[in-house]
Write a protein that binds this ligand. Sequence first.
Ligand code: SF4
Ligand code: SF4
Length: 96
Amino acid sequence: MQRFRYLPEVTTLKLNAGACVGCGMCEAVCPHTVFAVHERKARIVDLDGCMECGACAINCPAEAITVTPGVGCAGYIIQSWIKGKENAACGGPGCC
Ligand code: SF4
Ligand code: SF4
């Protein structure tokens, strides 16, 4: 099966490698294997695989990751039109 791809070079994902404490949470929670942790440092190995769900940033204890959740998620965008941004979320059956 082909790996998930998003539009190239548009994701808002950023990693501050200097702040990373190497816990591995980003690698564990990312549904698209965007991160790899090696010798207790995370690095982005597939930037264009990121669909901006926000899970890595939420779970990073060092606040080393920033991403604007939902920018790349069509489900989130549609929900934000219908429900408003404060009630929209990326996730649920069939999302991303
Ligand atoms: S979750 Fe944060 S601290 Fe942990 S490995 Fe990833 S970037 Fe580093
Ligand atoms: S925002 Fe989601 S898809 Fe993107 S790197 Fe983080 S966990 Fe992976």
